[in-house]
Ligand binder design. Structure first.
Ligand code: FES
Length: 236
């Protein structure tokens, strides 16, 4: 049975989509980048970071969770939406302790890359400088919660892709934080360096040991090309 083709508009441009796709998937297939942080193709979308916010028929929705509907008119790259995304990313920066110049993830960091893409040069809000833990107990993996943006990718990947459930969230609201599913530290869990959860952190909160700066700063993924340019290349 052939898939039903739907027609939607993104910022006025006609896009063909398949029934069952989300707005983000349809946009991506058409070579239109919608910024995102918690979304990852291999995981089921959960709409937690809100960076992929778009307007559908004038209502805000998260593009990673919202299914396409035939005839939908979607706003993605408007000044209003770009400003909201900037504010969200700005808040993520000041809620943590992100010192990009010392971070091994710099240049490969999706938060940093999205911030550059949105034109953020300096934070708009005051820094909160939270007290956050560092866990270096595991022989191969280092956790730095100063950089965690609570996207939930590691929680989901460990559970759904690795079948382990190493990570969980504890606390609520401003007290919410990432925890390991063990008495005290990462080395008490069955996490392994080859686990998918080790590789999917968008920031520098989960880092493999002994690979630090193997690729020099200046030659990393987003040093070479802005985030999303791989998607935009699909547009012919
Ligand atoms: Fe859609 Fe995070 S990417 S809410």
């Amino acid at each position: 049975m052939s898939e039903k083709t739907l027609t939607i508009k993104i910022d006025g441009a006609e896009v063909k989509a398949k029934a069952g796709q989300t707005i983000l998937e349809a946009a991506e297939e058409a070579g239109i980048y919608i910024p995102r942080l918690c979304y990852l193709k291999e995981l089921s979308p959960h709409g937690s970071c809100r960076v992929c916010l778009v307007k559908v028929g004038g209502k805000f929705q998260t593009a990673c969770t919202e299914p396409v509907v035939d005839g939908a008119e979607i706003e993605n790259n408007t000044d209003e939406i770009k400003q909201i995304r900037r504010d969200i990313v700005d808040m993520l920066f000041v809620e943590g302790n992100h010192f990009c110049m010392f971070c091994e993830k710099s240049g490969n960091c999706e938060l940093q890359a999205v911030a550059y893409r949105l034109g953020i040069l300096a934070p708009k809000y005051p820094y909160l400088f939270p007290d956050a833990e560092i866990d270096g107990s595991h022989p191969d993996i280092f956790i730095d919660k100063n950089r965690c943006i609570l996207c939930g990718r590691c929680v989901q990947a460990s559970k759904d892709l690795d079948g382990k459930g190493v990570f969980e969230f504890v606390g609520r609201g401003p007290e919410k934080k990432l925890a390991v599913n063990a008495e005290a530290k990462l080395s008490d869990t069955n996490m392994d360096v080859v686990d998918k959860a080790t590789d999917i952190c968008p920031v520098g909160a989960i880092i493999k040991k002994r690979i630090g700066f193997a690729t020099p700063v200046g030659q990393r993924t987003y040093d070479e090309k802005p985030i999303g340019s791989d998607i935009e290349q699909k547009k012919s």
